[in-house]
Design a protein around this ligand. Structure first.
Ligand SMILES: [Zn+2]
Ligand SMILES: [Zn+2]
Length: 327
């Protein structure tokens, strides 16, 4: 097996499969792209053909100007691209997120895409796949990244909101529009049924999630609402709004950010927020390690983030691990 050409290689346009002549999450338009999910650094305009897991179709349509080239593929359903058998499997990252399983000449590779192992009421759970070679992302590939229980963190978000409300202040919780926003709104059902105000793109994507049957607390779209109307409210907004006139019109209030990066000491203040809540849609360090082990792969290839740290740790555990090579 060792003299085989790699089934996946890193290129300037992204991960490429030479025998199948297709890319995974290419950075530039290509003939055939497999798109693991609809986040902006994975789904890009312009490829002639984009294969994407069916549950992510609604979200992708909202994110693309031209979605005609999308080919929806059911989880687990094999598609043949040249001599390569390809299938998509849940990655537990956001609605419709997928790992890519490739089978060629008796060899199986799995490309994780972004993934997490924590429970998430807004998407199908990560599916453990055994393979010969596992290509894993390592966004949070350092040992201090260990996530707290998200349900407990969301309980703290609700308490933070209610305390601010008692003080007559509004609360703005910033986070990425796709995935994180909806996950927190779904987890909030354990604590409250009160409506939450959602800004712009978050509101649009909440509707897509609702159409997919995902239950969340009631939401109200805000655009140019006056500050007085939102006294005591919880408002969800994207980080791009932090310096907007819209936010200034809300007046004084509490500002927080929800992200895995909030685990870093002082990170919320550095970014100009009063508070940070640790909520991540990526695998933390223990989940990266256990997922690599559970793949039972004879070789682990890492990309995205601190590959060196995780590679060294996995080698210490007796696994064959390295950063993903390319041309
Ligand atoms: Zn992502
Ligand atoms: Zn990503």
């Amino acid at each position: 097996m060792s003299d085989r050409l790699p089934l996946i290689t890193a290129t300037k346009r992204g991960l490429y499969c030479p025998p199948g002549d297709f890319y995974i999450d290419p950075s530039k338009p290509v003939q055939t792209a497999i798109v693991t999910h609809a986040h902006g650094d994975h789904l890009r305009e312009g490829s002639a053909r984009m294969l994407l897991a069916t549950p992510g179709l609604g979200v992708a349509r909202k994110r693309l100007n031209d979605a005609r080239n999308i080919v929806p593929v059911e989880y687990g359903a094999p598609v043949t691209l040249g001599p390569v058998k390809v299938s998509l499997h849940p990655a537990g990252h956001i609605l419709g997120s997928a790992q890519v399983r490739l089978e060629h000449d008796g060899e199986v590779w799995v490309v994780s895409g972004d993934y997490k192992r924590q429970a998430d009421p807004t998407c199908a759970p990560f599916e453990t796949l055994e393979c010969d070679v596992f290509v894993s992302e390592t966004t949070f590939g350092q040992p201090h990244f260990v996530w707290p229980d998200t349900a407990a963190v969301v309980g703290n978000i609700v308490r933070w909101w209610h305390i601010n409300r008692e003080r007559g202040k509004n609360s703005v919780l910033f986070c990425y529009a796709l995935g994180k926003a909806q996950r927190v709104l779904a987890e909030m059902l354990q604590h409250t049924r009160e409506p939450v105000h959602v800004h712009g793109e978050i509101g649009t994507l909440v509707e897509v999630y609702r159409a997919a049957g995902i239950e969340m607390v009631p939401t109200q779209q805000v655009t140019a609402t006056s500050a007085a109307d939102l006294r005591g409210a919880l408002i969800r907004a994207t980080p791009t709004m932090t310096r907007s006139s819209w936010l200034r019109r809300l007046g004084m209030g509490a500002r927080a950010f929800a992200s895995g990066w909030m685990l870093l000491e002082g990170e919320s203040r550095r970014r100009g927020y009063d508070m940070g809540f640790v909520v991540s849609d990526h695998a933390d360090w223990p989940a990266l390690v256990s997922t690599c082990q559970e793949s039972r792969a004879r070789r682990i290839l890492l990309h995205h983030g601190r590959t060196d740290r995780l590679a060294a740790h996995l080698v210490g555990l007796g696994l064959d691990a390295a950063a993903l090579g390319g041309d």
